[in-house]
Ligand binder design. Structure first.
Ligand code: AOF
Ligand code: ZN
Length: 365
C-alpha cells in the first residue's frame, strides 16, 4: 500500500474545513499495517499527526509516520506536533513537502532529526503542494489564491444575447463547481451577475465531507454604486455576504445592506470604482486564503487586466449559442497582440458528463 497516497486522501477530507490552516493528512504504519490515521481538524483542534498518534496509541513506538506537510514545531493554537512525534517514539517520518510558514520551514524537520528520527522529504511533493496551493500562496504573500471559474459554450459565450445563462453546464460539472465553492474561503461575483442571475452563492451538497462543519464561503459582491437589490437571495442564505462599494454608493444604501445582515466595505480606486488590488489585500487580512471568482465578464476582465488571477477553471459545454451580442467570459481591455496573451501552465483536462473542464495556472515571477 502507498501510505503517502493514503495520507493525501485523508488530507483531502480536511480541505474546505480548516482554513486558514493547511489541510494535512497523516498515516502511522508498522510494516504493511496502518495503525493510525488522522487529518487536520478545524482551527484550534488537533493537527493531522496528533489524530494519527492518538489512534495508534502504544503502537507508535518504533513505527513510521507518513505526513503530507512538515510537522509544526511551534506553539500556535495547538502545541508542536514534533514534540508529540518524538515523545511517542516514532522512528521514521516521511514528509511530502516542507511547510513554507517561516516559523516551521525546515525547523520541524531539523527538530525531528535532532531527536534521532530518520526523515525523508519529497515523496508526492507536487500533489501535496497542489492540495494546499491556496495555503502556500497565502502564507508566502498574505494574499488569497484567486481562481477564475466560468462555464461557456463551445463558441465561447456565457449567456445568450437575452442574458439567459441557465444552464450552460450540465449537472456533473455543476456538482464539481460546488466542490470548488466548498473548498474556497470566499466566492466573488460582480454586480452584473447579481442583477442577471440573483445567485445564491452557497456551496451545496458537499459540505462537511471530512469534518462536521457546514461552513459556507464568504460571498463577496463587487458593486461600485450599490445596485445590489435588498431582496437578493443571498441575504437569506447561511454565511456572510460582503458588499464592496465604490465612491458613488450612497450612505443610505450602505446602511440598508448592513441592516440586511451584510458586511460592507468602501474601497474606491482613483475612478471611484472598487479598487480590486486593495480588495485582495483586505481579503488576505481577513484570512481568506482562496477566492473563487465566478464572473461576470466585466469583473473577470478587470481582474485579468490587473494580473490578479492565479488559476483558471473553464467549463466548456458542447453547445453553440451564437450571437455577436452574447456575453463572453472575459471582458476588460484584453491584450493587443496574441504574443502578449498570458498562457496557462500545468494545464489539465477533465471530463464531467458532456462537459470538458480545462484548468491551468498563471505563473508569475
Ligand atoms: C501540522 N499539522 O495538520 C497542520 C499544520 O495554530 P495552529 O497550532 O493550528 O498552527 C497553525 C500552523 O500549523 C499553520 O500555519 C501551519 O504552519 C501548521 N499547520 N501543521 O503539523 C497539521 N494543519
Ligand atoms: Zn502540528
Amino acid at each position: 500500500m502507498d501510505f503517502m497516497e493514503q495520507a493525501l486522501k485523508l488530507a483531502r477530507l480536511a480541505l474546505g474545513e480548516v482554513s486558514p490552516n493547511p489541510a494535512v493528512g497523516a498515516v502511522i504504519a508498522r510494516g504493511d499495517e496502518i495503525v493510525g490515521e488522522g487529518f487536520t481538524q478545524p482551527p484550534g483542534g488537533d493537527h493531522a499527526e496528533i489524530g494519527a498518534l492518538k489512534q495508534a496509541g502504544d503502537k507508535s513506538r518504533g513505527a513510521t509516520m507518513y505526513v503530507t506537510l512538515e510537522p509544526c514545531c511551534h506553539f500556535g493554537r495547538t502545541p508542536p506536533c514534533t514534540h508529540a512525534i518524538i515523545t511517542a517514539g516514532i522512528r521514521e517520518v516521511h514528509i511530502a513537502t516542507l511547510d513554507d510558514n517561516p516559523v516551521v520551514f525546515g525547523k520541524g524537520k531539523a527538530e525531528l532529526e535532532a531527536a534521532g528520527i530518520k526523515v525523508h522529504v519529497g515523496n508526492r511533493r507536487e500533489a501535496a503542494r497542489e492540495l494546499n496551493e491556496a495555503y502556500f500562496k497565502y502564507i508566502n504573500t498574505g494574499l488569497p489564491l484567486v481562481t477564475a471559474k466560468y462555464a461557456m459554450s463551445l463558441d465561447g459565450k456565457i449567456s445568450t444575447r437575452m442574458m439567459d445563462s441557465k444552464w450552460i453546464s450540465g449537472e456533473d460539472s455543476r456538482n464539481y463547481a460546488h466542490t470548488l465553492r466548498h473548498a474556497s474561503d470566499a466566492i466573488m461575483v460582480g454586480i452584473g451577475t447579481v442583477l442577471a442571475d440573483n445567485p445564491h452563492l452557497t456551496a451545496r451538497g458537499c459540505a462537511g465531507r471530512g469534518g462536521t462543519s457546514h461552513k459556507q464561503p464568504l460571498r463577496v459582491i463587487v458593486d461600485s454604486s450599490g445596485r445590489t437589490p435588498l431582496d437578493s437571495c443571498m441575504f437569506s442564505e447561511p454565511g456572510k455576504t460582503l458588499i464592496v462599494l465604490g465612491k458613488q454608493a450612497s450612505r443610505d444604501r450602505e446602511q440598508a445592506y448592513l441592516k440586511a445582515g451584510a458586511d460592507t466595505l468602501r474601497l474606491p480606486d482613483a475612478d471611484g470604482r472598487v479598487d480590486l488590488k486593495a480588495l485582495m489585500r483586505h481579503l488576505g487580512e481577513r484570512q481568506v486564503t482562496s477566492l473563487l471568482v465566478e464572473g461576470g465578464g466585466t469583473l473577470l476582465g478587470t481582474l485579468f487586466d490587473l494580473g490578479l488571477i492565479d488559476k483558471v477553471v473553464a467549463i466548456i459545454a458542447p453547445m453553440i449559442i451564437g450571437g455577436s451580442q452574447a456575453g463572453t467570459p472575459v471582458g476588460g481591455s484584453g491584450v493587443e497582440k496574441i504574443a502578449d496573451a498570458v498562457r496557462l501552465e500545468n494545464v489539465k483536462v477533465a471530463q464531467y458528463g458532456p462537459d470538458t473542464v480545462i484548468s491551468g495556472y498563471f505563473i508569475r515571477e
